[in-house]
Design a protein around this ligand. Structure first.
Ligand SMILES: O=C(O)c1cc(C(=O)O)oc(=O)c1
Length: 305
């Protein structure tokens, strides 16, 4: 069956450049997705968008092309709580990918253990209204308590304006928390203004909160886009991400967000996007922590000496 992509959908960049920024050995792309392919892994009925296909072979080719050693594959909302595409990719990666799943309350202990065996190390709770329907907080809290004994964490995706309302729920979670894309700040506001200061306070007061300093291509208002050889893209996002990296060097992660769901204006060249990292982690020490030490500690702790 042929499924029609969401009108205006932008497909992933067909020929990304090689980054000029040389990634440290062992770097982890700690936020990326797979979409289908739809003929093998159909998209969820309750999805809010229908993407292009973006399967594991393409993801692994991009990993090698950019110079990453490993991936963390985060369940995309277009697959709902059907984790098969993500799990298949983790299993096919020969230990080079770990996963973050979406699960519902009815999941059995045996199913959780199967996910763990495949490489899943976290669950994602999504509060972005254009992406998902509401899941009651008591259900999410129950899931968090179920996954805690496995040593997993909770990945949360929300918009900055919703942080005050969600604060008490987040801080009551019994596991480490990883925030997607810095909690989506409005970067037209100052980085030391009230909105982003609240996010920094959230991290400051809660040592179990981590953040991905990813998705400048989504957050940027003024660009310039990571295209056409641009090596200093998305300059308006830099002060935000740099602040988080420098204040919390041991609790930050970075990921490409490939295949970049729901972008409207442009599709970045992933090579030029990697060049963004050098502007937010400005020393080799910060770069190693962001790209190697931190993701390894969270997703491959058994390899830590
Ligand atoms: O902002 C988005 O549209 C988006 C969507 C998804 C998803 O559909 O899972 O994941 C992301 O990391 C970002």
């Amino acid at each position: 069956m042929h499924v029609q992509k969401t009108p205006g959908w932008l497909d992933w960049h067909p020929a990304p450049s090689r980054p000029r920024f040389v990634l440290p050995a062992g770097s982890v792309d700690a936020h990326c997705h797979v979409f289908g392919p739809g003929a093998e892994f159909p998209f969820a009925r309750e999805r809010k968008y229908t993407p292009c296909d973006a399967g594991k072979h393409q993801l692994f080719a991009l990993r090698d092309h950019l110079g990453f050693a490993r991936n963390v594959i985060v369940q995309a909302t277009c697959h709902g709580a059907d984790n098969r595409a993500m799990v298949d990719a983790c299993r096919a990666s020969q230990g080079r990918a770990r996963g973050v799943a979406t699960v519902r309350r009815g999941i059995t202990d045996a199913e959780l253990h199967d996910l763990h065996a495949a490489g899943v190390r976290g669950v994602r709770f999504n509060f972005v209204k254009r992406l998902v329907d509401f899941t009651p907080k008591d259900e999410l809290l129950e899931i968090a308590h179920r996954i805690r004994p496995l040593g997993w964490h909770v990945v949360i995706y929300f918009e900055a304006v919703d942080l005050p309302e969600l604060w008490n729920f987040f801080t009551a979670l019994p596991t480490p928390i990883v925030v997607d894309h810095m909690g989506r700040p409005d970067v037209s506001q100052p980085p030391d203004g009230p909105e982003f200061s609240l996010f920094l306070k959230f991290m400051e007061e809660h040592p179990h909160v981590w953040s991905k300093v990813s998705c400048p291509e989504r957050l940027s208002v003024t660009g310039p886009a990571a295209l056409n050889g641009e090596t200093a893209a998305y300059r308006d996002v830099v002060p935000f991400a740099r602040r988080v990296v420098e204040r919390f060097p041991d609790r930050v992660l970075w990921g490409t967000d490939w295949p970049h769901p729901n972008l409207k204006g442009h599709m970045p060249d992933d090579g030029a996007l990697v060049d963004f990292i050098a502007h937010i982690a400005v020393t080799s020490d910060l770069q190693s922590r962001l790209l190697v030490d931190n993701p390894m500690r969270l997703y491959w702790p058994e390899e830590q000496s």
